[in-house]
Design a protein around this ligand. Structure first.
Ligand SMILES: *[C@@H]1O[C@H](CO)[C@@H](O)[C@H](O)[C@H]1NC(C)=O
Ligand SMILES: *[C@@H]1O[C@H](CO)[C@@H](O)[C@H](O)[C@H]1NC(C)=O
Ligand SMILES: *[C@@H]1O[C@H](CO)[C@@H](O)[C@H](O)[C@H]1NC(C)=O
Ligand SMILES: *[C@@H]1O[C@H](CO)[C@@H](O)[C@H](O)[C@H]1NC(C)=O
Length: 468
């Protein structure tokens, strides 16, 4: 079985799926054939990696007037600026630089390819990075989720990212998972690497901007080791793909002060800690169960990762730091399928409940995910939950009949990506559609602050109901 949405899913993206169909056709047994794609996964990828950017301040060169990025005076479509504060003008500054983290390879034999990254902490600041350096600048990065179809929306969103990248100069791109529909990659030479990754995100102005992916459930359906291995041994060197381990942390400095700690989890692997309870009807309790590799997703692997996550969250933060947890799967979502999935896949529901408790307990500022092909901001126990899964695949319905009480803002009308700008106090998120037009701007506060945003949103919708 390939990892498709259902028996009727027509989106056959991978060469594997093509071969499967060919075999099926040859056998003239279309409806009875079940082809099992082995969840191939060999050594590697289990060890977590912790990397930090250099703590010593960067030497800043004077700003070269000619190469200073400019912000074009586009007129974005009317922003539905209902539920959030006005973004201070200083956050709009288009200049920044940040140190990329150095990566400690899981084993000493592993070496990162010497890609000419735009900014590294180990080497002197390259000219183009120095040109946009300013001590008052925010830390800026892009995020994209659920993009790996190879289809037209993915291409258009990537083109918009390239366009905006030359203006905004992101330090990195965060991938929120499902990099390769429908069933991951076969190995590091799978042609999908070129079709759905290199030609889109390691190209033009995005070239050499490091791309840090999280692993999605579709990515888990084939060779997970290859996703990690590609970081070190990509045949299409130099790649900007950065998955040093299935789960890892990294820290970046905010030039204007403070730090950002990213904790990048492997959601499906983590879900393993909550599986192994069979549903009453004897069916597996998790999505794509037959295709998952036990080595990375079974109960033991899940518990190991959960222990790592708990230990990581217990580490003290540097003063002025943000702590942001990333995972493909939502902990909270107002999508239509969210509640159904909880019933169909009890492990998923237990995963959500446990994570919600854990993130609140450790006062995590924000949790970023994909999986649901929508854009959302929710607030629970002071933690901001941000969904961004509109990078390429078909959009998902929002649950209009049973809206979450935690929802501050949501939308599901565009494909696109997000630009994040961080200061010590706030994270501004701008959502751009696949034409490169700004659709919405949010201003995310640190832990606890979103409770007030939620209140305001609720007051506003209450006022709307009363005025009707
Ligand atoms: C899966 O990827 C790993 C790491 O690149 C590789 O060693 C292994 O041969 C791959 N498996 C298959 C079946 O190609
Ligand atoms: C399920 O639980 C049993 C007993 O605790 C254990 O032996 C088995 O390995 C578990 N299976 C998975 C998939 O974690
Ligand atoms: C999403 O945003 C568009 C404008 O960009 C708006 O017309 C639409 O009503 C919004 N949808 C929701 C569900 O808020
Ligand atoms: C929401 O409305 C309540 C009742 O009118 C009011 O007390 C509260 O201050 C409002 N909160 C915000 C954040 O606007």
């Amino acid at each position: 079985m390939i990892c498709a949405r259902g028996p009727g899913a027509l989106a056959i993206e991978s060469a594997v799926a093509f071969v499967v169909l060919l075999l099926v056709w040859l056998n003239h047994s279309l409806l009875k054939t079940h082809v099992v794609i082995p969840a191939l996964a060999s050594a590697g990828g289990n060890a977590p990696v912790h990397s930090t950017s250099k703590q010593s301040p960067l030497t800043l060169s004077p700003v070269a007037a000619t190469s200073r990025p400019t912000v074009r005076a586009t007129s974005p479509p009317p922003v539905t600026a209902r539920h959030h504060r006005i973004i201070p003008a200083r956050l709009r500054k288009p200049v920044f630089v940040s140190a990329s983290p150095t990566i400690e390879a899981p084993t000493s034999t592993r070496k990162l390819p010497m890609a000419p990254l735009r900014v590294t902490s180990a080497s002197p600041v390259p000219a183009e990075a120095a040109a946009s350096t300013s001590a008052s600048a925010p830390f800026r990065f892009f995020s994209i989720g659920d993009q790996g179809t190879g289809g037209k929306p993915q291409h258009s969103v990537a083109a918009a990212m390239q366009k905006l990248s030359s203006e905004r100069n992101p330090a990195l791109i965060l991938g929120l998972g499902d990099n390769f529909y429908m069933s991951g990659v076969r190995n590091i030479r799978d042609p999908q690497w070129m079709q759905k990754y290199e030609q889109l995100y390691n190209r033009g102005p995005l070239k050499n901007v490091p791309f840090y992916p999280a692993i999605g459930d579709h990515d888990h359906c084939q060779n997970v080791s290859a996703l990690v291995d590609y970081t070190y041994n990509s045949p299409s060197q130099p790649t900007n793909w950065r998955l040093p381990a299935r789960y890892h942390t990294m820290r970046h400095d905010i030039p204007s002060g403070g730090h950002v700690e990213f904790i990048i989890t492997d959601s499906v692997g983590l879900e393993g800690a909550f599986t192994n309870i069979t549903r009453p009807d004897g069916q597996p309790d998790r999505r794509f169960a037959p295709n998952l590799s036990p080595q990375f997703t079974d109960e033991a692997a899940g518990k190991l990762q959960l222990e790592w996550l708990e230990n990581t969250l217990e580490q003290p933060l540097l003063p002025g730091s943000w702590r942001i947890v990333i995972g493909h799967r939502p902990v909270l979502s107002g999508s239509h399928r969210f509640k159904n999935d909880a019933r169909q896949y009890p492990a998923e529901e237990r995963f959500r409940a446990h994570l919600r408790e854990l993130l609140a307990k450790h006062k995590v500022d924000a949790y970023l995910d994909g999986h649901d092909h929508t854009t959302q901001w929710m607030c629970a126990e002071g933690v901001s939950y941000l969904v961004n899964g509109v990078g390429g695949y078909d959009l998902h319905a929002l649950d209009k009949r049973h809206p979450l009480t935690e929802t501050i803002w949501q939308n599901n009308t565009f494909h696109g990506f997000a630009i994040h700008q961080m200061t010590m106090e706030r994270m501004q998120i701008e959502y751009f559609d696949m034409e490169g037009a700004l659709r919405h701007t949010l201003s995310i506060p640190k832990f606890g602050g979103c409770i007030q945003d939620l209140q305001e949103a609720q007051n506003l919708s209450q006022a709307e109901i009363t005025s009707m």
